[in-house]
Design a protein around this ligand. Structure first.
Ligand code: HPA
Ligand SMILES: [Zn+2]
Length: 348
């Protein structure tokens, strides 16, 4: 996709970042559970929480690394029991996404977090999928689901989850790999990803969030993923950077997540600009917006303010999000037209 030349006055850039159509490719739906909804669902379902109130829960959101976040994230998800709970969670996110001009979203969900508590996978998938169908009809947001395997569990358990999910295979478009990265390299899941590939599912995996470039290499070469989630540690390996650029492998970067989990000490030092300027198909995403302090537009606004990215970078990030999405080429072209129309409206 060729970037057009746009002359955007600097003072219009924040409004343009908010207005431009964009795709979100890295968002864990359980990470969109706001504290208010956690407490409302706890009350509705009679689930006891180890926090006195919403403020006490929010105060616990002071993370030092990925694991310190995951412990609280899994505790928050414990209030989800019924199909309507999954619907309500997804609907709340989809309304926020629509407000941020997200026109396409590919949402991760973690079935093992729920089946381990005795919730049937059908309840999880049907509730989330119904919200996706309604989002298209009522919000004009195209929404799809990606089932993630928890990498701290075994490959055998991933296979069991895949078996349970297959009756609902028309309701998700692919599989991913998330949870504790270091010590759980992609190759641990080689066989289950090979099976998912045979089944025609799209493949993605978290790699290079905290883990080394070697994990990004094995996500590509062993799992054969089409996108890498996070991938920011790739910048440490010039040969890997060249490979990602050559093969146009999208990286779903999550700046506020990286800040809150101390992957970078501050946003000014985030390497998004390095990745873009090296020609990588980098995108901006919210990861776990209820926990990391912002949905899509907040990620764009804060990252641009901190790192001095330009309107040209904004266009590239939005175009990359459509290129990296799992929609057909005609839909990509329509979204790029809408992107260009928005830029033309903001041009000086
Ligand atoms: O950022 C993340 N990394 C790994 N696993 C996750 N599960 C939710 N968010 C994340
Ligand atoms: Zn993630």
């Amino acid at each position: 996709m060729i970037a057009h030349e746009f002359n955007i006055p600097a003072e219009r850039l924040p409004a343009l970042l908010c207005a431009m159509p964009k795709a979100e490719l890295h968002m864990h739906i359980e990470g969109s559970l706001e504290p208010e909804l956690i407490f409302a669902l706890a009350q509705r379902n009679g689930v006891a929480l180890p926090y006195a109130d919403v403020e006490a829960l929010r105060r616990a959101y002071a993370f030092t690394n990925l694991q310190s976040f995951l412990d609280i994230y899994y505790a928050g998800a414990s209030v989800l029991l019924k199909e309507q709970d999954f619907y309500d969670m997804a609907w709340a996110y989809l309304e926020r996404a629509a407000a941020d001009n997200v026109v396409r979203t590919e949402m991760f969900f973690d079935p093992q977090t729920h089946t381990a508590r005795g919730v049937d996978i059908q309840v999880v998938i049907e509730g989330l999928h119904r919200a996706c169908v309604d989002a298209e009809a009522k919000l004009g947001v195209s929404a799809a689901l990606i089932l993630c395997f928890l990498r701290h569990l075994s490959e055998e358990e991933a296979f069991e989850t895949l078996e349970q999910a297959l009756p609902y295979a028309t309701k998700f478009i692919g599989v991913g790999l998330d949870s504790s990265e270091v010590g759980h390299p992609p190759e641990k899941f080689a066989k289950v990803f090979a099976r998912c590939r045979e089944l025609g599912l799209h493949l993605v995996a978290h790699a290079g969030e905290e883990g080394p470039p070697a994990y990004v290499w094995s996500a590509l070469d062993v799992l054969k993923v089409e996108r890498v989630d996070h991938g920011v540690q790739s910048a440490k390996d010039p040969v890997l950077m060249a490979r990602l650029a050559k093969d146009r492998i999208p990286l779903t970067v999550c700046p506020l997540s990286n800040l809150k989990l101390c992957v970078f000490p501050d946003l000014k030092q985030h390497n998004l600009k390095t990745l873009l300027d090296a020609g990588l198909v980098a995108t901006v995403n919210s990861d776990d917006p209820a926990y990391f302090g912002g949905y899509m537009n907040e990620n764009f606004l804060q990252t641009f303010a901190a790192t001095g990215l330009t309107a040209q970078h904004a266009w590239q990030l939005a175009a990359n999000s459509f290129e990296g999405s799992f929609i057909d080429d005609a839909a990509k072209a329509r979204y790029i037209d809408r992107l260009n129309e928005t830029f033309a409206r903001f041009a000086g």
